[in-house]
Ligand binder design. Structure first.
Ligand code: GLY
Length: 369
């Protein structure tokens, strides 16, 4: 790797040492930064799917530095997220992202009983979204009753965790049923991945693909590819099932073939040539998955690809100045909806960037397992 990951990790920790205080002072869960301030999520208050990345980032920095202030900030954010159990209305399949990285991390790192109960609470909510028609329902709107999405592969780790905590195989069984369905219905011949697949909620029959956050129906939204890559890798790490590893490797081959010359990641691998729309979050997520694939298979090519992605981000898209609160620039939430952020700094980009650096530096606590 051209850049030194421990130097970059030190600069990143230094930045968050300053800006975590801003979030605590405002009493908010940061989602993105603009004009030198943290901004909360654009939708659904503290139930928006990204809420866990801030405490997850704080736990990563706590593990990398041992500094108490990061732990205290993680705990402050966790309390805001567990308060969302009570309102419930907006919670959906993304309880995996939200609670694995908050109470799940707290329990994993410090063995806290309440955090363990909250993790099981979240896992039980995710179980409750499983339809006997054969998929985990993604979202709550009535017309989306049959929607399942590739992102959910990341959330399944919460179910595997719950089975390990309780010795009750039901959680892991549901995770495998959903992963198997995703493997059959989302992964295309060339290793690319659909974002949304609709099922008939009565019969479970596949209705078809639905356009999501990518460029168009049938295109390859890069973050969806990254969720598939890392999500199937995690399913393999949770089960040792070789089919999940083979699927992760197929998606990885497709992703690697689409890394730009400069190491950055287009928002959609099928976007029109000449369109400048980059999503470095996809690159950071994929880098994490690729580094885990290298560990699982011993194939150095995965690490080389991860390092290309990270060098691209570090060379072109890191801002350590006080102009923004986070570090990673050029994060794009959705191809056609700039409301959630386009070419800006978003916390989950920072989270996965820091996780990838931590993997290279040997400090990653592996919060997903
Ligand atoms: N999980 C939603 C997204 O990646 O935007």
């Amino acid at each position: 790797m051209r850049n030194n990951p421990s130097e970059i990790a030190a600069k990143t920790a230094e930045k968050f040492r300053r800006t975590a205080q801003l979030a605590a002072r405002e009493g908010i869960l940061p989602y993105k930064s603009a004009e030198g301030r943290w901004i909360t999520s654009p939708y659904d208050g503290n139930s928006w799917w990204t809420g866990g990345f801030w405490p997850g980032l704080m736990w990563q920095l706590f593990c990398a530095t041992g500094e108490e202030a990061f732990k205290q900030e993680a705990l402050r954010a966790e309390a805001m997220l567990t308060a969302e159990f009570r309102s419930f209305r907006y919670l959906n399949h993304d309880v995996g992202f939200m609670y694995l990285l908050s109470c799940g991390a707290h329990d994993k790192l410090l063995g806290d009983e309440q955090a363990s109960m909250d993790t099981l609470h979240a896992a039980t909510l995710l179980m409750g979204r499983y339809s006997p028609a054969g998929y985990i329902r993604a979202w709550n709107e009535k017309h989306k009753m049959g929607y399942a999405i590739i992102d959910c592969m990341m959330n399944l780790s919460l179910l595997f965790r719950a089975s390990r905590i309780t010795d009750d195989p039901r959680f892991a069984k549901v995770a495998c049923l959903h992963a198997d369905r995703t493997m059959q219905e989302f992964i295309r011949e060339n290793g690319s991945v659909a974002h949304i697949v609709e099922f008939d909620p009565q019969t479970g029959a596949r209705v078809g693909e639905v356009a999501g956050q990518g460029y168009a129906l049938g295109s390859s939204w890069s973050r969806g590819q990254a969720w598939g890559l890392y999500g199937f890798t995690l399913a393999y790490l949770n089960t040792q099932d070789a089919r999940y590893l083979e699927t992760a490797q197929r998606v990885a081959r497709y992703f690697i073939a689409n890394i730009r010359e400069d190491g950055l990641t287009d928002s959609d691998f099928c976007q029109p040539a000449g369109e400048v729309r980059i999503d470095n979050m996809a690159g950071a997520i994929a880098a994490c998955g690729l580094l885990e694939l290298e560990k699982a298979t011993g194939e150095a090519a995965y690490r080389t690809a991860a390092e290309r992605l990270l060098d691209g981000i570090i060379d072109h898209c890191c801002d350590f100045s006080d102009a923004i609160c986070g570090v990673l620039t050029h994060c794009t939430a959705s191809y056609h909806d700039d409301g959630a952020g386009r070419h800006t700094n978003i916390t989950y980009g920072d989270y996965f960037f820091v996780e990838a650096l931590a993997k290279l530096n040997g400090t990653d606590p592996m919060l997903w397992i």
